[in-house]
Design a protein. Structure first.
Ligand SMILES: *Cc1c(COP(=O)(O)O)cnc(C)c1O
Length: 391
């Protein structure tokens, strides 16, 4: 057996080595950092079961790392169910949180063994009438969050006033309701909205229990936990302090779960792109990279993120520069008005905090393939990279 070797894959020498081995563009996913993020959030919310939401980075190495840490999963699609099944995850550790599902999505999740589902309207509740004995529901409630970078309560969730009628409908069909869920939005600046939603849900759960509408002993506080990009955010311990205080006031029998996505994977990956060519235009050096807005940097469009981007080359005179993606589309520009050393073909550019909503929303527009994801520091303690095929 090879000796286990811990490396820091974000160090320039290691980045160069991994690009030599796996090519460019590359997304280097450091499972040691996934573990560290998981542990930090768990320390900040000790009473909360953390269900990693696969959406920001549905990669087997992340799923395995979270499960090895004793974590849980939040699945939302049949593809995510398939991935969890392929990795042999215990379905009892999974919930299905998409409020709108096709019959086949429900069937796939049930066949895998998932029992907890989310619904937010009467039609969706009725989809469980035929399997009432096998499932328990969380009703998703909407609390608008205009302050969040991504408000996730516009598209899903019922008004707080609709919760009890919805629960009555489920009870009439013999469908057990386990509790409520919410997602106040992603990359929220502070936990004010989480706390407001938690308190409103606590009152609704008590009312539903008084009416004997179901167990109502589970509260799912969603995701939204913020990370540092170009702009820094509160440390997670401080961010969660008001939430911890609110959770401490809940009756002991209330089980609290969360669905963190971004926080677990965002800081755990860097994107590495290479300069394909360059040109001088209007006093600026334009560098054309093999990854861009249609690839790993898609999060700049869809997720409204701004990643810290730096060349590995250091020193030399700083000149006005533009970093552009590889496609023939003129919107495919990563960053402008930078001051960079003069770069050459083959020079590497590194984007930090690029684990969440980057590769996951990348396309292969213009036939530029998505970056290869290489996972390092997987459980075996092995610093060599692993590339896995995805479903
Ligand atoms: C996207 C999503 C998450 C993850 O949110 P983050 O802000 O990345 O933590 C969790 N739950 C649901 C239902 C989601 O849609």
């Amino acid at each position: 057996m090879r000796r286990a070797r811990i490396i820091d894959p974000f160090e320039p020498a290691e980045i160069r080595r991994l690009v030599r081995e796996f090519g460019s563009p590359l997304l280097i996913l450091d499972c040691a950092r996934v573990r560290a993020q998981y542990r930090k959030l768990k320390r900040a919310l000790p009473r909360v079961n953390l269900h990693y939401a696969l959406k920001p980075m549905p990669h087997p190495a992340v799923v395995r790392t979270v499960i090895e840490e004793g974590g849980f999963l939040d699945l939302a699609t049949s593809g995510e169910v398939q991935l969890a099944a392929r990795l042999g995850v215990d379905p009892a550790r999974c919930i299905h949180s998409h409020p709108i599902k096709r019959a086949a999505d429900i069937a796939n999740a049930l066949e895998f063994g998932v029992r907890t589902f989310v619904a937010d309207n009467p039609d969706e509740v009725r989809k469980f009438a035929r399997c009432a004995g096998e499932v328990e529901l969380l009703l998703r409630v909407s609390f608008r969050s205009p302050g969040a970078v991504c408000d996730l309560s516009r598209k899903f969730g019922c008004d707080p006033e609709a919760v009890l009628p919805l629960a009555r409908g489920a009870a009439e069909l013999g469908i057990g309701v386990r509790g409520l869920s919410f997602h106040v939005g992603s990359q929220t600046p502070d936990a004010t909205k989480h706390v407001e939603a938690l308190e409103a849900c606590t009152r609704l759960m008590a009312a539903a229990r008084r009416e004997r509408l179901g167990a109502f002993d589970t509260l799912d506080i969603g995701g939204g936990f913020p990370i540092d990009y170009a702009r820094r955010v509160q440390d997670i311990g401080r961010f969660c302090a008001p939430l911890r205080a609110a959770i401490a006031k809940l009756p002991q029998r209330v089980r609290v779960i969360a669905e963190p996505g971004r926080y677990i994977v965002g800081p755990a990956a860097v994107a590495v792109a290479s300069v394909m060519g360059r040109a001088q235009r209007e006093g600026h050096w334009w560098y054309y990279l093999d990854d861009g807005l249609y690839g790993s940097y898609s999060g700049q469009l869809f997720d409204h993120a701004r990643y810290p981007v730096v060349p590995l080359r250091e020193g030399g005179e700083l000149l006005p520069a533009v970093l552009a993606g590889p496609t023939c589309d003129s919107i495919d520009v990563i960053a402008e008005n930078l001051m960079l050393p003069k770069l050459k073909e083959g020079d590497l550019i590194v984007g930090r905090a690029m684990g969440a909503y980057t590769w996951a929303s990348a396309t292969d527009f213009n036939f530029f393939p998505r970056a290869t994801v290489v996972a390092v520091n997987t459980r075996r303690g092995d610093g060599s990279g692993v590339v896995e095929t995805l479903p």
